[in-house]
Design a protein around this ligand. Structure first.
Ligand SMILES: C[S@@+](CC[C@H](N)C(=O)[O-])C[C@H]1O[C@@H](n2cnc3c(N)ncnc32)[C@H](O)[C@@H]1O
Length: 416
């Protein structure tokens, strides 16, 4: 079923979230189509072309208008135009209604959060299309008219994390503002996934703020002038949270470097760091780093005390690249925290296993100091998040603590 021609108010047209399980795919598509038509209207020129392709629109074509009944006012064009303008005005009022918008936002967030549980979709692709449509409408709520003129849609997102109340200074909130461009710059470039913050980065930020000592973020555990590197940093959420959190823990001399390999992502990352730490100098620096061919120069030339990476496993090659890249970077006492998003469907099925296979304690480069160790999983934990915090409806994660362990056999010698 397609969306109704004239969009309806969300409060009167959206089915209750609690009955999502009982809805058909058509009913959900209809609800999403209505929201899309209301909040993501086509520019007038496109809307015109689309309308003229619909069979029902034929009566508006000049050839049919030429058959004059004799009862027309002679000003039909004007009448139609005026009617259209009135309709657009009514629609604009509905679109600007804050109550309706908040209602729609809650519904969309709830739908995305529960989408994967719904069984009414005929195929995975249909489910994905519905989630994409919902995300698209949601994204439009964060886009201003000025942004729409840009080729790149800029979406600003604000995050807030509460630092563990055990800190001496009482309740501390870590605020982060990010340019988080869901729509990306070039829809054909699927490598710029780092232009949005993924659920794993949000979950990891919450975890480290809730319990910094559990992750080794204490003055004693890190030691003086410690080096922390984020791999595949994307928008830089985790690195920025660290930059804001550590001084509250009396760690003021840490070197934090956020890395990524994609030029556009790096550019956005730098901008986000500037936004969060004005005026310079910032406690977080950036460096280009490709896990498959790591160039460990400049700020990356020193052994690293702590590596962090969130949602960096979505290709079968990633885990082994990250293992060997980390092996060349991590200090003998260092820890590598990796939070993997569990996506057990389609092409991502079994992707978490690639981490277990890569970090078995047998394969990979040995440590430079003794030549008897390889990187291995020292601890693994499953995390289920009650609500979806990212944009893709993901709620299951695996937290890996990785470090050097005596090699169980095989392994290549490390040549830093
Ligand atoms: C799914 S995003 C996650 C971004 C961020 N960590 C987060 O959780 O929001 C994956 C990130 O890894 C980066 N990436 C992918 N392949 C890479 C590679 N070979 N070397 C370095 N970074 C890579 C991407 O550019 C992207 O920023």
């Amino acid at each position: 079923m397609s969306a109704p021609r004239r969009p309806l108010p969300p409060t009167s047209s959206l089915p209750p979230l609690r009955s999502l399980d009982a809805l058909t795919e058509d009913r959900i598509s209809e609800a999403l189509g209505n929201l899309y038509a209301l909040y993501c209207p086509l520019p007038p020129s496109l809307a015109f072309h689309q309308q003229s392709l619909q069979p029902g629109a034929l009566k508006d074509t000049p050839s049919e208008q030429a058959v004059d009944s004799g009862y027309t006012s002679g000003n039909e064009d004007e009448d139609v135009k005026q009617k259209q303008e009135e309709e657009e005005e009514t629609l604009a009022e509905l679109r600007d209604d804050a109550y309706e918008r908040t209602f729609a936002e809650r519904w969309l967030t709830g739908f995305i959060g529960r989408a994967e549980e719904l069984t009414c979709f005929e195929s995975e692709e249909a489910l994905q299309r519905a989630v994409d449509k919902a995300s698209c409408v949601l994204a439009s709520f964060f886009t201003t008219a000025e942004d729409e003129d840009d080729e790149a849609i800029q979406i600003t997102r604000d995050f807030q994390f509460m630092l563990s109340p055990t800190c001496q200074s009482g309740k501390i909130l870590i605020d982060v503002r990010l340019n988080d461009g869901l729509a990306g710059r070039d829809n054909t470039d699927h490598t710029d996934v780092g232009l949005q913050s993924w659920g794993a980065a949000i979950v990891f930020s919450e975890l480290i703020c809730a319990s910094p000592s559990r992750f080794g973020f204490t003055k004693q555990a890190l030691g003086p002038a410690s080096r922390i590197v984020e791999l595949g940093a994307g928008t830089g959420l985790v690195g920025i949270v660290l930059g804001k959190m550590l001084p509250h823990l009396d760690i003021t001399d840490a070197n934090i470097t956020a890395t990524d390999f994609h030029p556009t992502v790096l550019e956005n990352l730098r901008a986000n760091i500037t936004t969060n730490f004005p005026p310079a100098p910032s406690p977080v620096q950036t460096a280009p780093l490709d896990w498959s061919t790591p160039d460990l120069s400049g700020p990356l030339s020193h052994p690293v005390d702590m590596l962090v990476a969130t949602d960096v496993i979505y290709d079968p090659a990633h885990a082994a690249w990250l293992r060997d890249c980390a092996a060349r970077m991590l200090a003998p006492h260092g820890t590598f925290w990796m939070l993997v998003t569990v996506r057990e469907t389609g092409k991502f099925e079994g992707i978490t296993d690639t981490v277990r296979k890569a970090f078995t304690g047998r394969d990979g480069l040995r440590d430079a100091a003794t030549g008897t160790k390889v990187l291995a999983i020292l601890e693994e934990e499953s995390l289920e998040w009650e609500v979806c915090v990212g944009r893709a409806g993901e709620r299951a994660y695996r937290l890996f603590r990785i470090g050097w362990a005596e090699v169980e056999g095989g392994g290549e010698r490390l040549n830093r």
